[in-house]
Design a protein around this ligand. Structure first.
Ligand SMILES: NC(=O)c1ccc[n+]([C@@H]2O[C@H](COP(=O)([O-])OP(=O)(O)OC[C@H]3O[C@@H](n4cnc5c(N)ncnc54)[C@H](OP(=O)(O)O)[C@@H]3O)[C@@H](O)[C@H]2O)c1
Ligand SMILES: *[C@@H]1O[C@H](CO)[C@@H](O)[C@H](O)[C@H]1NC(C)=O
Ligand SMILES: *[C@@H]1O[C@H](CO)[C@@H](O)[C@H](O)[C@H]1NC(C)=O
Length: 385
């Protein structure tokens, strides 16, 4: 006996469609909606397939309602109420856009910047309300972190800090892991990982006061293995894992932790051609004669095409990532993970659920085929010497 051919089933499905439709219209821009829709669809798909009895149909229906209800109640945004938020790396890109957005909504924003005299800091002072303070904060400099803590403490006093967004980060020069100099691996770790850890530790006492939010901007490259991103991806993977451990540990203090894994936004993270010249030279200087011979200088020079490619493909509109950040900062129940950006969520799912062999096959066959000299010209060694 299948309830799905009966009238009762039609009623269930109709109510479900109305609930789902409401959620879709009202919360169109909300993260997590896709997951919810997939959950519900697979639940009902499975039920149809199994042709469940009326009783199980009812159970399933109640479950669906519970899902939708839990989801909707978590979407509510908390009032701004002079909440204070600190964002690191506010000089440019995503951090800069977020500072402006939060300021417009009425938050008390502390914009940590790498250079308080730079154009990014100037722009923030010029365009934002007097509530926003620009703080000189090189996240790898313990003295500057300490200064920032005392300035923030003085301003927020007993209210505490509502949210800390660890955004500052560096990408480095993407190329094969064998070619990336150790100095570059260390730099990625120092800024992306140790910097974020130190800032977090320094501000946790203020966060615990407000039972607020900790938001770390990691990267899709910290979850999905991506060629040329050995240094950057590893530092972001470390950050992602730390965030997950913190999510468990800080729950007893009432602090909610989210990780944002954006992919493909056009910011200054890809660097300028001056920076590329410098890094290319740095790579060449560090290579042994054998490695230089096997890869060939032209292989290393072609890497900057990858950076140009990243920039061309990237999205100049930060709305998706800023909206997810906003959700993490102020929704009643923020998600643990967000993956804004074109295909970011898709890659996230593929890397999480596909068997490794299948996933690797997809990644490797998608790679741009540019080969090191020794693989392009089998006898190059003999010819060169
Ligand atoms: N764009 C994307 O698609 C994408 C994808 C995945 C993850 N992310 C992550 O998103 C975050 C923001 O990056 P973005 O794309 O907006 O790039 P961005 O424009 O380069 O922003 C990064 C900011 O961090 C600052 N910074 C670098 N080192 C610092 C230090 N030691 N102390 C303090 N600030 C420092 C940079 O200052 P300067 O400008 O002065 O160097 C810059 O303002 C990063 O964590 C990045 O890894 C971005
Ligand atoms: C940030 O601080 C580190 C450590 O003190 C220093 O090596 C680096 O040059 C600083 N970066 C900038 C841009 O000031
Ligand atoms: C963010 O990352 C830092 C450093 O990895 C970690 O100490 C902290 O707990 C993380 N916070 C959140 C909210 O994930």
């Amino acid at each position: 006996m299948s309830p799905f051919s009966s009238e009762t089933a039609c009623i269930f499905l109709a109510v479900l469609a109305v609930l789902g439709g409401t959620a879709l219209c009202k919360y169109n821009k909300c993260p997590g909606l896709v997951q919810l829709a997939i959950c519900l669809a697979s639940l009902w798909g499975g039920a149809c397939w199994l042709s469940l009895s009326l009783f199980w149909g009812l159970v399933l229906f109640s479950l669906s309602c519970l899902f939708v209800y839990t989801y909707l109640s978590g979407q509510e945004l908390l009032p701004v109420d002079e909440k204070a938020v600190l964002v690191t790396g506010g000089d440019s890109g995503i951090g800069h856009a977020l500072c402006k957005y939060l300021d417009k909504l009425g938050f008390t924003v502390f914009a940590g910047v790498l250079n308080e005299k730079g154009p990014g800091a100037e722009e923030l002072r010029k365009t934002c309300s007097p509530r926003l303070s620009v703080l000189q904060m090189n996240i790898t400099d313990p003295e500057q972190i300490k200064d920032a803590v005392s300035k923030v403490t003085e301003k927020v006093q007993d209210r505490g800090l509502w949210a800390l967004v660890n955004n500052a980060g560096v990408l480095g020069f993407p190329t094969d892991g064998e070619l990336i100099p150790m100095t570059e691996y260390r730099r990625c770790m120092t800024v992306n990982f140790f910097g974020a850890v130190e800032v977090t530790k320094a501000f946790l006492p203020l966060l615990r006061k407000s039972k607020g939010r900790l938001v770390n901007i990691s990267s899709i490259g910290g979850w999905v293995p991506m060629e040329k991103l050995a240094a950057y991806g590893s530092s972001k993977a470390a950050l992602t894992m730390f965030s997950s451990v913190m999510r468990h540990e800080l729950s007893k203090w009432g602090i909610k932790v989210s990780v944002i894994q954006p992919g493909g936004f056009r910011t200054s993270i890809a660097g300028t051609s001056d920076m590329w010249d410098k890094m290319e030279k740095d790579i060449m200087d560090h290579l042994s004669a054998e490695v230089k011979e096997d890869y060939g200088q032209e292989y290393i020079q072609v890497q900057r095409k990858f950076l140009t490619f990243i920039n061309e493909q990237a999205n100049p509109d930060f709305t998706p990532v800023v909206q997810d950040l906003m959700h993490a900062v102020s929704a009643k129940s923020p998600l643990a993970f967000y993956a804004p950006g074109k295909f970011a969520y898709l890659w996230f799912c593929l890397a999480s659920f596909l068997p490794t062999g299948v996933f690797d096959y997809i990644r490797i066959s998608n790679m741009k085929k540019c080969m090191p000299r020794a693989l392009r010209v089998p006898n190059s060694k003999n010819k060169a010497t």
